[in-house]
Design a protein. Structure first.
Length: 391
């Protein structure tokens, strides 16, 4: 192997640059050249292989150019939510000939550009690809793997919900930031004697809210457990009454909903068919105010949690994931995802979208009556407390 490529797709998280740098450094020790694909999967649909910079979609990576990138967050390769297997006409490369467009149409107005992606990888001389992303980005990595292209994936998402792994890059930093922001806002809640609602990441899984609640001794509501709104209101009113500082709060996953409630979706669907959920934090704050008569404060923590540099755990996981990924390529093990399984670094099959998100074990981890994480019976649990994923 002489040349590999690396890309980042979907939302940014802290730790991505640590992966990129570590892949470059380790690959250079093996005598490989690393090419950065810019803007995620869009880079492989829109690249011009005849140009040195690919028309803005190629970044040559070496040790000097990546020496300090791990000191900041985000991704130096940039990102997108492009899905090459299902693209609309307006998203296609402008330079694509009409006859090629017609040949790639798989449904009315939808185009599968996978043959073009494979052609571009070949023209660029790329022999293997490391894809960093969440379930959507990695679902297309799975597609490339089925087509026979050598792919290794690295999971990243603040939701920590990629199936097949117990840990995803970005998760620890998100929880650490949530803890800092929530504890900082206690002073405002206490000064005004209000009930706070903190909206946090978690469309399908409640890991981020659960762990933030665990480390702040808070209540939380999660997508896996629809909740009784009147009971939550009563408990929060009681918390406020008993608190010498006169406040209470709850952490809400973006996908949480009360029994019998419904929150619609807003905006246009992205490349993978997802639309934004309406703001549960704002809706829940209004409902709690109506039921308790207490003024509420709604705070959206989501984007603050994905910005800035990674904490120590995310940096360590990112560096290790990168080196394991290169090990897999060197050993000729393709179609795999770097993972943490049973608390150990390991690898797993590339995840399929049909698997759905990895969800929190409500029975073992969550007290549905008190809206709290379970703190008891942790002897023998792994360091991060979640259920083990086993071979």
């Amino acid at each position: 192997m002489k040349r590999i490529a690396i890309l980042t797709g979907g939302g940014d998280v802290p730790g991505l640059n640590s992966v990129i740098k570590s892949v470059v450094y380790r690959s250079s020790e093996l005598g490989w050249e690393t090419t950065g694909i810019r803007r995620g999967w869009q880079g492989l649909t829109h690249v011009d292989p005849t140009l040195e910079d690919g028309g803005g979609y190629i970044r040559r990576l070496d040790r000097v150019g990546t020496r300090a990138i791990d000191r900041t967050g985000g991704t130096v390769l940039h990102t997108s939510r492009t899905n090459p297997s299902s693209m609309g006409r307006d998203a296609l490369p402008e330079t694509l000939p009409r006859e090629r467009i017609d040949a790639l149409e798989v449904a009315e107005g939808r185009y599968d550009l996978t043959p073009l992606v494979l052609d571009n990888l070949s023209k660029l001389g790329i022999e293997a690809l490391i894809a960093i992303g969440g379930d959507d980005t990695l679902s297309y990595a799975t597609r490339l793997g089925r087509e026979g292209f050598p792919v290794v994936a690295i999971p990243k998402t603040m939701d920590n919900d990629v199936p097949g792994t117990e840990y995803c890059i970005g998760f620890s930093t998100a929880v650490t930031r949530a803890k800092e922001l929530i504890n900082r806002q206690r002073t405002t809640l206490g000064s005004h004697e209000r009930i706070g609602v903190f909206r946090i990441f978690g469309r399908n899984s409640g890991y981020t809210a659960w762990y933030a609640a665990y480390v702040t001794s808070a209540r939380c509501v999660i997508p896996e457990a629809p909740f009784d709104l009147d009971r939550l209101a009563a408990i929060l009113a009681d918390d406020r009454r008993l608190n010498p500082s006169g406040y209470a709060f709850v952490i809400a996953s973006e996908g949480a909903i009360w029994t019998g409630g419904h929150l619609g979706e807003v905006g246009d669907p992205d490349a993978y068919g997802h639309r934004h959920k309406a703001d549960v934090g704002e809706a829940l704050a209004e409902e709690l105010k109506r039921r308790t008569g207490v003024e509420t404060v709604h705070s959206d923590l989501t984007y603050d949690l994905r910005s800035g540099d990674p904490d120590a755990l995310d940096q360590m996981a990112a560096i290790t994931f990168a080196n394991v990924a290169v090990d897999l390529l060197a050993d000729g093990q393709f179609g795999r995802m770097v993972a943490v399984r049973d608390g150990k670094y390991a690898h797993a099959p590339l995840p399929s979208r049909a698997m759905g998100a990895r969800t929190l074990d409500v029975r073992a981890m969550y007290n549905e009556v008190r809206f709290r994480p379970r703190y008891e019976a942790k002897l023998g649990s792994p360091l991060l407390l979640g259920p083990a994923v086993l071979e």
